[in-house]
Write a protein that binds this ligand. Structure first.
Ligand code: SF4
Ligand code: FES
Length: 242
């Protein structure tokens, strides 16, 4: 039988609401089990070693987007991260930057996403004064629906934001997730906003012109969304708006 390996996980612990708390790394050692993910390892640590350790999980399947954290310097989803991906079995975990820290590895991505959604008006705007609820649903070309669905796969994990140099310097930058959202509504035929309307929303350095094209958002996005492609497309469209 293969010998089980020791896994060493070092976590930056800090509770910003506790005046006595100071940021410090705490190290835990546990034995690897077959197929062990970081989600499994952190739960084991919390159950057996440190009930005070805070981190977020819901689905355990890369769907809910709650378990983003920085592992050895790279933002990633913990439930999709195999411990075996790290040959020396040493993992250092810190919370994702750019978001409000709740405690230890838990950050408030929901608050950030809510504010971004309001900023980019993340809903269909059809400019109709009266809504006729008896109207039959309009058909959409399957290719257009597929293209929209491709961008709608975003799980709002915030990893693109935590990976982004601009987002770390500009707290109001809408990030690749926000620009992806704008691109999604721009291609939706039900949305009657013009390029000028989108320019008013994101035609500044906190929007489409803030991106420095460092590409870390796309490199790290767990859903492999075509973020740079969409940002470049929106930038080309909006740069010609007078
Ligand atoms: S674009 Fe990708 S990395 Fe960014 S929030 Fe959506 S799924 Fe996460
Ligand atoms: S727990 Fe839902 S994405 Fe990781």
């Amino acid at each position: 039988m293969a010998q089980q390996k020791d896994v060493t996980i070092s976590v930056l612990k800090f509770n910003p609401r506790d005046k006595e708390s100071h940021p410090k790394f705490v190290e835990y050692t546990l034995q690897e089990t077959p197929g062990m993910t970081l989600f499994i390892a952190l739960n084991k640590i919390r159950q057996e070693m440190d009930p005070d350790l805070a981190f977020d999980f819901v689905c355990r399947a890369g769907i809910c987007g709650s378990c983003g954290m920085v592992v050895n310097g790279k933002p990633t989803l913990a439930c999709r991260t195999l411990v075996a991906n790290y040959p020396d079995r040493k993992l250092q975990l810190i919370p994702m930057p750019a978001f409000e820290l709740i405690k230890d590895l838990s950050v408030n991505t929901g608050k950030w996403m809510d504010s971004m959604s309001n900023r980019v008006e993340s809903w269909i705007v059809d400019n109709e004064k009266e809504i006729d609820i008896t109207k039959i649903e309009e058909k959409m070309e399957p290719k257009v629906a597929e293209d929209i669905f491709e961008l709608d796969r975003c799980v709002e994990c915030g990893i693109c934001v935590a990976s982004c140099g601009t987002a770390l310097m500009r707290p109001n930058f809408v990030g690749a997730v926000g620009l992806n959202r704008v691109a999604r509504f721009q291609m939706d035929p039900r949305d009657k906003r013009t390029d000028e309307d989108f320019y008013d929303l994101v035609g500044d350095d906190d929007g489409i012109f803030g991106c420095m094209s460092l590409l870390a958002c796309e490199d790290h996005c767990p859903k492999n969304l075509p973020l740079q492609n969409k940002i470049a497309y929106m930038r080309r469209k909006l740069v010609s708006v007078k």
